[in-house]
Design a protein around this ligand. Structure first.
Ligand SMILES: [Fe+2]
Length: 372
């Protein structure tokens, strides 16, 4: 009698002799197997395997037309896909060459004709045990992979939330809503897409851009919140927020933080070299050229301690005036393609809010970060 856990196993019997099939089925059913399928037609085996997904196939080696070797050859793709699907070969040919050929064709074991019912049950039992262990292991692996994916997604979501809160912390003193950093991130992503960046890069830009002013955390209130034009020495101190921000973000192995570090350091550079640190045109990272423009536009169109909000059309004119001097001409041209609504209230229309889990791994993120 077979162990209870093997009794639901599905067995497919293939033999051109109907009598052999009946005898074999009787042996297996008496041993407790309830799902035994028979066929005398070797050409029907592949479709039956696809239909019934058996746990064991017992094949007669010598059949007219398509023999057992031919059947196993036809089954090759299904056997490969099944992982471990054992074949037990029935044969009266006990020569070494026949056995070797059968093994090479995919057979896992042999039954010599005339069959011995005890041997049939023992060999069937052995192969089914292995098959069930294989299936259990596969199920466990699937479960484990799912749990790893869920855990990874949770960790990545927590990392992104932390970065988001960090960006809002930096803005908190002069923008308690935290909307400035969100808008800059979103418009930067829209511009990146218009400029032809791939979706991985666009997403990185969307996530890194909000950290551009992280260094403001180190600027005193008397300067940051001054409701007037800054004195030269105050302005020099204000400029250090680029250094402070990049220092806070430096030394990370994360592609996202590395990009955020570059943006923090260079988002006040100008195309003509008259920015904070004197970098010129193509030497300024593209991400910073994009974020720099978004930052200026958003600052113009929203109230600050030292100024009221500009109308959008005036702010757009200001951006256009800076084409080729303050701003990269290509970025200004891309900016001109944005919908007016995207300028004032940019929607979350690019990937970036769902955590790293919906994208591929580190390699892609590294390549994407290197592009900007
Ligand atoms: Fe800034």
């Amino acid at each position: 009698m077979l162990p209870a856990r093997l009794r639901d196993a599905r067995v497919l019997l293939v033999d051109d002799q109907e009598l052999n099939l009946r005898v074999l089925r009787q042996v297996l059913e008496r041993a407790g197997l309830a799902n035994v399928t028979l066929t005398e037609d070797p050409y029907a085996v592949a479709p039956l395997v696809a239909l019934h997904t058996p746990d064991l196939i017992i094949i007669d080696l010598h059949m007219p037309g398509l023999d057992g070797f031919g059947v196993m050859e036809q089954l090759r793709p299904q056997l490969d896909a099944a992982g471990y699907l054992p074949i037990l070969v029935l044969t009266a040919d006990v020569t070494d060459s026949a056995r070797r050929r059968a093994l090479e064709s995919g057979a896992r074991d042999f039954l010599t004709k005339p069959i011995d019912s005890i041997e049939v049950i023992l060999r069937t039992c052995n192969l089914l045990e292995t098959r069930m262990l294989y299936l259990e292991l596969e199920l466990r692996n699937v479960d484990l992979e799912q749990r790893v994916r869920e855990r990874t997604a949770q960790v990545e979501a927590a990392q992104l939330e932390t970065l988001d809160r960090l960006a809002r912390t930096a803005e908190y003193r002069d923008d308690q809503t935290g909307r400035h950093v969100v808008r800059v991130g979103r418009v930067a992503a829209l511009l990146g897409r218009i400029l032809g960046l791939d979706e991985d890069t666009v997403r990185l830009l969307r996530l890194a851009a909000p950290l551009h002013d992280l260094g403001k955390i180190g600027i005193p209130d008397r300067i940051l919140l001054a409701p007037r034009k800054l004195e030269p020495d105050e302005f020099e101190e204000m400029k250090t927020h680029t250094l402070i921000g990049s220092r806070i973000l430096s030394g990370s192995s994360s592609s996202l933080l590395q990009l955020a570090e570059r943006i923090a350091m260079t988002h006040h550079e100008r195309w003509d070299g008259r920015g904070y640190h004197g970098q010129v045109s193509g030497d300024i990272p593209l991400a910073s050229r994009i974020v720099g423009l978004c930052d200026v536009f958003d600052a113009l169109t929203h109230e600050r301690p030292y100024k009221s909000a500009w109308p959008v059309d005036l702010a757009v004119d200001e951006i256009n005036r800076g084409r080729g001097t303050h701003f990269d001409p290509a970025v200004v041209d891309a900016f001109a393609e944005l919908n007016p609504e995207d300028l004032v209230n940019p929607a979350e229309s690019v990937p970036g809010t769902g955590g790293w889990g919906d994208r591929t791994g580190t390699e892609v993120r590294t390549r994407a970060a290197a592009a900007v």
